[in-house]
Design a protein around this ligand. Structure first.
Ligand code: MEV
Length: 437
């Protein structure tokens, strides 16, 4: 039995590692060394990482790679991606090359508004609350003026505050449903600060409101928080080309297009497939979101909620053929920032944004959506032609060789061998054994 520890956060990094090694890693002699091995030798860079969060022991690396040749709205991008899955960057690059020869990707931002809510309980007369809200709304906006001044200079701010009656869902439950424009910042801190100020002001004004009786004055604030569901912060990404340009793997263009559209129909109707289909999209999206220092959990939550907006989980992307033209597109919600948060703090995020030519949040929305669509195209293309394992296992070969502790010389021989042979764990093991004997 392990005893609880008090004051863990006040221990130094070394002391935390000591405690951890003794308490949970006693059998692992290497653990301490490995945790230290991942410290950055540049102490100020290490300190920067430690200060991102509490109780940091070490750094956790992900590969930071590049998918070049993405033609988006006639501009060529090289897209930085932070991801561990072997085949993702290769697949994105392949899809970029494929669509680069067919006019490239088109992307358009359809909306940029974000939502935050003050959830509160009021048990008095409904019409009195409505009257109070109408009188108080200008005071709410006044109360956040010091917070919104800078955002307004950049063209953002509070767009609207609505009173919403949710008493059918829960007795006494109302909301201040607030809409924000946050320009190039993701805006989470800005939105949450405004909401908390709205809540305080609303509650204080209610106490002083003469038309309320004693119980009506007593508005209870349950919580004030942004929503990661952003169905009005939407970007559309699309590719299209004449069907005959889709000829592939001995398939005619018509054949390829009809198999592709059918695969998408399956993802549309069958939730088991839709989840995996959308996971392929998220392979691209998360990798760019992470590389640029954005919040991938927020993006994931918002996108999957959007995939269920009709009441059933479905595919995020769509494809059709009309008048000999193949079209493949997706509209997704994406709340991203290119200023503030980690974007300007993490040295690699800064470089990622520089690689992308210092995009605005809207530009980044387009780039991220396109990467998701490209990834989805590459996955479905493999699935309906060669199957996914061929490409995947080729890219996974190096992981297997590392697992089997192959030397650099052995790797060279086996990489050459598997250029023309199917990769599987057992096949690699067998070949390595042969080589060693
Ligand atoms: C694997 O990471 C992603 C895929 O499963 C996506 C898909 O099935 O469409 C290949």
């Amino acid at each position: 039995m392990v005893d609880p520890i008090t004051g863990f956060s006040r221990l130094s990094k070394e002391e935390k590692i000591e405690w951890l090694s003794k308490t949970y890693l006693a059998g692992n002699k290497e653990a301490k060394k490995i945790l230290r091995q991942y410290w950055n030798p540049d102490s100020s860079l290490q300190k920067l990482h430690e200060e991102f969060t509490e109780n940091t022991l070490s750094n956790y690396y992900l590969p930071f790679g590049l998918a070049p040749n993405f033609l988006i709205n006639d501009r060529l991008y090289a897209i930085p991606m932070a991801i561990e899955e072997s085949s993702v960057i290769a697949a994105a690059s392949k899809a970029a090359k494929f669509w680069g020869k067919r006019g490239g990707f088109k992307a358009e931002v359809l909306g940029t508004q974000k939502i935050g809510q003050v959830h509160f309980i009021y048990t008095g007369k409904d019409h009195k609350l409505q009257e109070f809200f109408n009188i108080t709304k200008p005071k709410l906006l006044e109360a956040v003026a010091p917070l919104t001044r800078n955002m307004e200079k950049r063209g953002g701010g509070v767009v609207n505050i609505e009173l919403r009656d949710k008493t059918e869902l829960l007795s006494g439950y109302y909301q201040l449903h607030c809409t924000f424009e946050t320009r190039d910042s993701m805006g989470a801190n800005f939105i949450n600060s405004c909401l908390e100020r709205f809540a305080e002001t609303f509650q204080a004004e209610a106490k002083a409101y003469k038309a309320f009786d004693a119980s009506e004055k007593d508005i209870e604030i349950v919580m004030s928080i942004l929503s990661n569901y952003v169905p009005d912060c939407i970007v559309r990404a699309e590719v299209s080309c004449p069907v005959d340009q889709l000829e592939d793997h001995g398939m005619t263009g018509e054949d390829f297009a009809s198999k592709f559209v059918r695969a998408l129909k399956i993802a549309k109707t069958e939730p088991y497939r839709a989840v995996t289909h959308n996971k392929g999209i998220m392979n691209g999206i998360d990798a760019v979101v992470l590389a640029t220092g954005n919040d991938f959990r927020a993006v994931e939550a918002g996108i999957h909620a959007y995939a269920s907006k009709e009441g059933k989980y479905t595919s995020l992307s769509h494809a059709d053929v009309r008048n000999g033209m193949f079209r493949f597109w997706m509209e997704i919600p994406l709340a991203l920032g290119t200023v503030g948060g980690l974007t300007g703090l993490h040295p690699l995020s800064k470089i990622a944004l520089e690689i992308l030519q210092k995009p605005s949040a809207e530009d980044l929305m387009k780039i991220v959506a396109v990467t998701g669509l490209a990834q989805n195209f590459a996955a479905v293309k493999s699935l309906i032609t060669t199957g996914i394992q061929q490409g995947h296992m080729k890219m996974h070969l190096m992981n297997i060789l590392n697992q089997l502790e192959a030397t650099p010389a052995e790797k060279e021989v086996l990489v050459k061998h598997f250029k023309t042979h199917n990769v599987s764990h057992s096949a690699v093991e067998e070949q390595l054994e042969k080589l060693r004997n």
